[in-house]
Design a protein around this ligand. Structure first.
Ligand code: HSE
Length: 423
């Protein structure tokens, strides 16, 4: 495809409107640089209050089906989110011979396989740079530049909203609810922000990254995830006292030719590259046998920023000979999953205890019986407020969980201990 590219835009929310504005602003530059003229033909948006918001009224329709059926549309840009409606529209678009650009990570992480199969059958492209890490060009770099890098570990911060909240908590700025509201107002959060704070958004992104890195389809169901809803200011303060920041981390590893993927809050040392990633920024570290380590970082959320990744995909489609290779599903093999219980990590443990002689010995005996070795321990508070904060040496998750379950049976332990991985 070359010359003029006619775009059917589905969705005029934060990213959709950002994309439309960017196309208008950069159209001349893009033409000079690439020889491609971009032309938005339709904007499908069901929220009528958005019709005419920054784009000519005549472009708007509420009928997304008509857009994917229009023979004049070359590329369908899907920015409506959600799984089922988006799947049905994109399936129809592919059958109609359209190329596709999408930022929809839940769609790809839940039903990516069948869509890629259909793209192969119809000889059309699906590009999804904006589905992971906003403006950071991680998908193309992993698929093209890292093809021979022998990737075995991909990890980092892939959700801007939670990083914004945790950074604010770390600096003692505003409470959880106020910071989340600010992240929503700035256009970082998903339409339903529970996807951000529960870890589901990051889990979908890690499923996509793992599928690319290890060439095996990883779906949402394969990712064990936990969010930041239960993180208390005390966790952040005590982690800081020990020299750590708390980040929502996603990690995908190839272990013995099996894949392990998790998302959860974790402690990162003050000198770790991820510790300095603040606000809504994202960062992904790629480790491979041939590259040692590469980090990509930058704006991970926001309409204006994420729109650049959408635009890059449209230009890539326009500049591909035939269908290029990126439309092909990257997953040509099928690897098993490596169980979380066998993964090894150091852990941070915060546990409320009775403040009396012998309690520490009881706890040590439980950890010792499961071969969990303690690297450091401090007591915080006294009397009713007494807490022990421990960091373990690297230990299998199974041993840690058995210890935590057993601690729950001790009369000297109050409530369930908080455990967080330490990177
Ligand atoms: N809501 C996402 C985030 C942005 O906060 O990272 C889009 O992926």
């Amino acid at each position: 495809m070359s010359g003029s590219v006619r775009i059917g835009l589905l969705g005029f929310g934060t990213v959709g409107s950002g994309f439309y504005r960017l196309v208008q602003k950069e159209r001349g530059t893009i033409f000079e640089a690439t020889g491609v003229e971009l032309d938005v033909q339709w904007i499908a948006e069901t929220d009528l209050s958005k019709h005419g918001e920054g784009a000519p009224r005549g472009l708007f329709t509420t009928d997304a089906g008509a857009v994917v059926d229009d023979p004049d549309v070359d590329v369908v840009v899907e920015l409506i989110g959600g799984v089922d409606t988006a799947f049905a529209l994109l399936e129809r678009a592919l059958r109609n011979g359209k190329n596709i650009v999408t930022a929809n990570k839940q769609l790809l992480a839940n039903r990516g396989g069948p869509l890629f199969d259909l793209a192969r059958e119809t000889g059309r492209q699906i590009r999804y740079e904006a589905s992971v890490a906003g403006a950071v060009p991680i998908v193309k770099v992993m698929r093209e530049s890292m093809a021979g890098a022998g990737l075995h570990t991909v990890y980092g911060i892939v959700n801007g909203t939670t990083n914004y909240i945790l950074t604010a908590m770390q600096h003692g700025e505003g409470d959880y609810a106020a910071t989340l509201a600010a992240a929503q107002a700035l256009g970082y959060a998903e339409a339903d922000p529970s996807a951000d704070v529960s870890g589901a958004d990051a889990a979908a992104k890690m499923a996509i990254l793992a599928s690319i890195a290890f060439q095996s389809r990883i779906t949402m169901a394969d990712v064990a995830y936990e969010g930041i809803e239960d993180i208390q200011p005390q966790d952040v303060e005590q982690a800081a006292e020990l020299g750590f920041a708390i980040k929502l981390v996603g990690c995908a590893r190839l272990v013995d030719e099996r894949v392990n993927v998790w998302v959860g809050p974790a402690l990162v040392g003050r000198n770790h590259s991820l510790a300095s990633i603040s606000g809504s920024d994202n960062a992904v570290l790629l480790e491979g046998s041939e590259i040692d380590r590469i980090m990509l970082a930058g704006p991970g959320a926001g309409g204006r920023q994420t729109a650049t990744a959408v635009l890059a995909d449209v230009i890539s489609i326009a500049n591909s000979k035939e269908t290029g290779f990126l439309q092909q599903c990257s997953c040509y093999r099928s690897l098993g999953l490596f169980p979380n219980e066998d993964m090894v990590s150091a852990f941070f443990i915060r546990v409320r205890v009775e403040d009396r002689a012998g309690v520490l010995a009881q706890l040590s005996s439980v950890f010792g019986s499961h071969q969990v070795s303690i690297s450091s321990m401090i007591q915080k508070g006294h009397g009713d407020q007494a807490e022990l904060v421990l960091i373990t040496h690297p230990t299998p998750e199974r041993a840690l969980q058995l210890s935590i379950n057993e601690l729950g049976d001790l009369s000297s332990v109050r409530g369930r201990p908080r455990t967080l991985r330490v990177l």
